[in-house]
Design a protein around this ligand. Structure first.
Ligand code: MN
Length: 435
């Protein structure tokens, strides 16, 4: 087991890269980050291959590996990181990921002797297009924010408290892997069935309550055989890294269909993920204590550990209407408010012997915080559409309109540490069409 909260030389905030843009203030991709993606030159028929972000460039891992610069300890991982999906890299586990991170950090440092050989392996991010970075076998979405659970519950029942199970287990449902798509994919307004509260019968048509959900996605590294469980204290060894995730939701469909079995057609039409997967090791400087009130129940044994931590990831959602250049920030919160950690999600998911597989995607659920403005979706922000937001162009939004572009951002910063970011997760709403 490897301690994913321990700092090492790759986190040193003084490190500088020979890629000058990695030193740009506010960049998401300084040398301390080194997230992975799958990419090719935009509009080309080049093969998809793995890349690593540095400044405003991508280190083409296939080209870099061909230079033979990675050394024995990291060569296998470097080769896996150059493939058209990252499942092979994800399967290798924390020691291999860490060896690759160390090699990349040394190769990209400003005095690295390999500079001249690696310079031709850079591709501008501005010239790239991205693919979903793993073959995702299964996608599971959780509900780990108590503020989202409370705010959303109160829209339907003003006196609602947290569900009675919330502080005992990370609530989740099985989502749909086939419709997980890369950032930038158009968001076709889905058709669906819904029933107005006092209507005699439901109707089928375009959703009128299209929403976003500000979430993080977790990519599973090594899985567990069916019939075994992942122990809480070992769970982070099974986590490759984290991306931004937008769980687009049709709230009118959701309200009608969800009792008694939970979300189905309201969410399975599209889930957007950002191209970059930030490794857990890169996130080590930003770990936080989990929020627990003194009178909260002690979790059951398999969900109890003194060493499990949260992560302080700053999160934002921005809306830009069609034809407008001005975006409006809708949400700003932090993942540090999540009640259940990434490790809890994996430990609970496998606690009945369910086998997680390499490349599986887990969603954290909508992330909301305690203060106004920290609500992670329009359902909460507009109280179910009842209190529309006024945008700078004078229009109002209860829910998303056709042409609206939604942007998720995430980053980590802490005194004495580098600032690292997650890039962007975008989507523009397209008008419904007959299917
Ligand atoms: Mn969700």
């Amino acid at each position: 087991m490897k301690d994913s909260t321990m700092l090492n030389e790759t986190h040193n905030p003084q490190l500088r890269s020979w890629v000058a843009s990695a030193q740009q203030p506010g960049t998401d991709f300084p040398l301390q980050n080194l997230p992975h993606c799958v990419f090719r030159r935009r509009g080309s028929t080049e093969p998809w291959r793995g890349g690593v972000a540095i400044g405003d460039a991508i280190l083409d891992m296939a080209a870099a590996h061909a230079q033979g610069v990675f050394g024995a300890a990291a060569d296998t991982a470097a080769q896996a990181a150059s493939a058209g999906t990252l499942n092979g890299l994800m399967a290798l586990g924390p020691q291999a990921w860490s060896a690759l991170r160390l090699a990349l950090s040394r190769l990209l440092r400003d005095s690295a002797p390999e500079t001249a050989r690696l310079q031709p392996c850079l591709v501008a991010q501005a010239d790239a297009e991205y693919a979903v970075p793993a073959q995702i076998g299964d996608y599971t979405d959780f509900l780990t924010s108590q503020y989202h659970a409370l705010n959303a519950g109160r829209i339907f029942q003003p006196q609602a408290a947290l569900p009675p199970n919330f502080k005992w287990l990370p609530i989740g449902y099985h989502g749909r892997a086939s419709s997980v798509a890369i950032s930038g994919t158009g968001v076709l307004r889905p058709q669906g069935q819904n029933r107005a509260p006092d209507a005699a019968m439901p109707v089928f048509g375009p959703t009128a309550k299209l929403d976003y959900e500000l979430e993080l996605g977790i990519f599973v590294g090594p899985g567990n055989p069916r019939g075994t469980a992942i122990a809480l204290d070992a769970a982070e060894d099974h986590v490759f890294g984290i991306c931004l995730l937008n769980d687009w939701s049709a709230r009118d469909v959701q309200a009608w269909e969800s009792v008694p079995l939970g979300p189905f057609m309201a969410k399975n039409f599209l889930t957007s993920v950002s191209p970059w997967i930030v490794t857990l090791e890169a996130l080590a400087p930003y770990r936080t204590a989990l929020p627990r009130a003194v009178d909260d129940p002690a979790p059951l044994g398999y969900l109890q550990s003194a060493s499990v931590q949260g992560i302080d990831i700053q999160l934002e959602a921005w809306l830009t209407p069609a034809g407008s250049r001005q975006g409006t920030r809708l949400s700003r919160t932090s993942y540090r408010h999540a009640y259940w950690s990434v490790a809890h999600m994996l430990a609970h998911h496998s606690s009945n012997g369910c086998n997680l597989q390499t490349g599986d995607l887990l969603g954290t659920g909508t992330q909301s915080g305690p203060e106004p403005g920290e609500e992670g979706c329009l359902l909460e922000l507009t109280r179910g559409g009842q209190v529309p937001l006024r945008l700078p162009d004078g229009t109002e939004r209860g829910y998303l309109q056709d042409g609206d572009s939604l942007l998720l951002r995430g980053w980590c910063e802490r005194e004495g540490q580098a600032r690292i970011g997650f890039g962007e997760c975008r989507g523009t709403v397209l008008p419904a069409r007959e299917i």
